[in-house]
Ligand binder design. Structure first.
Ligand code: ATP
Length: 233
């Protein structure tokens, strides 16, 4: 579904990625792990056409994304939940969700507001609250809900657990597990090793701008040397 091959990118003169290869298959959950500053967010930015690929290629459903603009990616089936969650603080929960209307991919049996509230009942209770009044966990739920309303084929999440209390992390884990069971493909960037490796089928470890290890998540849990060297676990 998603194929990143030989990706080089960075910021101006500064190269951050030196040939990254990563794939996400249909119905698969994949996690990209690495230390702070390894280039995980940079990889996602390249997928979302927020940074140009200096070398290499990114394909989605076989189609090269090089010339596709960020705002056209949701129509192809890519949904991105950024690290800062991208909630509009002055808009209500309802308004934040309604913003997806113009860019969503129309599919039969897609996500509706009602379905989103069944999935995250807390959001229904907070419907008319402003984005800035929400807790961190509620904001993350809203950000994921917004991503789902676009009816993605692939949901991309950048550090969804960042700054959240353990109980909320557990709730988010449980919700993502539910999406996985329903067959949604997910690409997850995380710092929380346990969260990521218990959710993902496969893991990629990024270090020095390249993939240093990849394989089944269960195998990575047994690789203490790799964990220590590239993740500081
Ligand atoms: P983190 O967990 O801290 O978000 P990360 O693996 O996502 O880490 P990136 O945010 O991709 O890392 O950053 C990779 C490198 O690129 C870092 O050295 C960072 O300082 C640099 N970098 C990130 N954004 C920019 C930018 N806008 N301009 C210049 N350099 C940047």
């Amino acid at each position: 579904m998603l194929e990143i091959s030989g990706l080089h990118t960075g910021y101006g003169e500064k190269r951050v990625l030196h040939g990254v290869d990563l794939t996400v298959g249909e119905g698969e959950v994949v996690t990209l792990l690495g230390r702070n500053g390894a280039g995980k967010t940079t990889t996602l930015k390249a997928v979302m056409s927020l940074l140009p690929a200096m070398e290499g290629e990114i394909r989605f459903d076989g189609r090269p994304l090089k010339k596709v603009k960020t705002y056209d990616l949701s129509a192809l089936g890519l949904s991105f939940v950024p690290e800062n969650r991208g909630i509009f603080p002055s808009l209500s929960v309802r308004e934040n969700l309604e913003l997806t209307r113009s860019t969503r991919r129309e599919v039969a049996d897609g996500w509706t507001m009602e379905r989103v509230f069944e999935f995250f009942p807390r959001l229904r209770e907070r419907l008319d609250n402003g984005g800035s009044q929400l807790s961190g966990g509620e904001q993350q739920m809203l950000a994921i809900a917004r991503g789902l309303l676009l009816n993605p084929k692939l949901l991309i999440l950048d550090e969804p657990t960042e700054g959240l209390a353990p109980i909320v992390v557990k709730q988010i884990h449980e919700r993502l597990m539910e999406l996985k069971k329903a067959g949604l493909s997910i690409l997850l960037v995380e710092q929380n090793f346990g969260f990521a490796t218990t959710l993902a089928d496969r893991a990629f470890v990024l270090g020095r701008g390249e993939i240093q290890w990849s394989g089944p998540s269960g195998d990575l849990r047994g690789e203490s040397e790799i964990q220590h060297r590239w993740l500081g676990v």
